[in-house]
Write a protein that binds this ligand. Structure first.
Ligand SMILES: CC(C)(COP(=O)(O)OP(=O)(O)OC[C@H]1O[C@@H](n2cnc3c(N)ncnc32)[C@H](O)[C@@H]1OP(=O)(O)O)[C@@H](O)C(=O)NCCC(=O)NCCS
Length: 173
């Protein structure tokens, strides 16, 4: 499923995901900088991410009542630059993931703000208590963005944010 109404920060809005953007998703995934650290060891898909695969992924996630997906648009241009997901992982817990797929949109604070907005949505609207994620420790932009939002390391490749910690983190303001 996706959200109904946009949720905006200063730089980005979380918007409903539309499968009409599937062509963009394919283009993003053809950029090695998008996919370099995206998959856990042994989880890199064998099949190429074609338009058919992208459409299938989009339709399945929109029809899934448990997984919540957000499109990320840049506020100044309205352009879709990525997406993020919250997948339930136990009682009042969810797993977060994000892709800023548009190369020109990376490294300008959009990923950090989108992460903060999704976490705020998870704690505020979904009443989550904890959000976990997996990250390659070499993925410095990701690790730094997550730390700014308040995530703490729980293992070499895992980080966690609790509602209390998020409310205390300066980036959540
Ligand atoms: C990871 C990702 C979401 C980060 O979003 P972003 O918009 O590029 O990052 P931001 O501009 O918000 O920057 C976040 C932090 O990383 C730093 N940073 C940005 N680009 C960097 C780079 N190339 N090298 C090192 N640090 C970098 C920023 O300075 C900032 O740190 P600071 O707040 O301590 O100054 C985005 O780059 C992305 O989607 N990458 C491809 C897919 C991916 O790796 N997803 C995450 C899988 S866990």
């Amino acid at each position: 499923m996706t959200i109904r109404e946009p949720v905006c920060g200063e730089l980005v809005c979380l918007c409903p995901l539309r499968v009409g953007a599937a062509g963009e998703w394919v283009r993003w995934m053809q950029d090695p900088d998008t996919t370099r650290f995206l998959y856990a060891p042994g989880e890199r898909p064998r099949e190429p991410f074609t338009l058919t695969v992208a459409l299938d992924w989009g339709r399945r996630i929109l029809a899934d009542p448990h997984r919540l997906v957000f499109a990320i648009t840049e506020r100044t241009t309205g352009k879709t630059v990525g997406d993020a997901r919250l997948v339930p992982g136990g009682r009042r817990r969810a797993r977060f993931s994000i892709v800023i797929g548009e190369r020109s949109a990376r490294g300008r604070g959009l990923g950090r703000e989108a992460t903060a907005l999704v976490c705020a949505y998870g704690f505020g609207q979904l009443d989550l208590e904890q959000i976990d994620l997996e990250v390659d420790p070499r993925n410095q932009p990701a690790v730094r963005a997550y730390m700014r939002v308040g995530f703490e390391r729980t293992g070499r490749r895992t980080m966690r944010l609790t509602r209390r910690r998020f409310e205390q983190a300066p980036a959540a303001a």
